[in-house]
Ligand binder design. Structure first.
Ligand code: FES
Length: 110
């Protein structure tokens, strides 16, 4: 389902559509081999590297918790990636991006 947002990779940055990412819902997908988690918080598009800071599992969106929950050992992150519950002790990494029309282009280096 979330993969529909992924467009073909570009030579620099990689693209996905922003319009399908709604407040209160999270989507996960890969760009190349990079796992991404994205949602909106107060209208702001949040793009996270979807790698749990405990042992590296990919988190999943929890509609109940309105955040990112790790299926491996139960860590919970707020929608913006802030750690809420351990065992993880660190936030998910926010990724820098810019918009090109409706397309989100990840900035290089993050
Ligand atoms: S890898 Fe996510 S809680 Fe352990």
């Amino acid at each position: 389902m979330a993969r529909e947002y992924v467009l073909a990779g570009a030579a620099e940055g990689l693209l996905m559509k922003a319009s399908g990412i709604a407040e209160g819902k999270g989507v996960t997908f890969d760009i190349g081999r990079r796992p991404i988690a994205a949602t909106r918080v107060a209208g702001e598009l949040i793009v996270l590297e979807n790698v749990c800071k405990h042992e590296g599992c990919e988190t999943e969106w929890s509609a109940k918790e309105q955040g990112w929950e790790c299926p491996c050992h139960g860590s919970l992150y707020a929608a913006d990636g802030t750690v809420v519950r351990g065992p993880s002790e660190a936030d998910l990494d926010r990724l820098d991006y810019h918009l090109d029309g409706d397309e989100i282009v990840l900035d290089q280096g993050r």
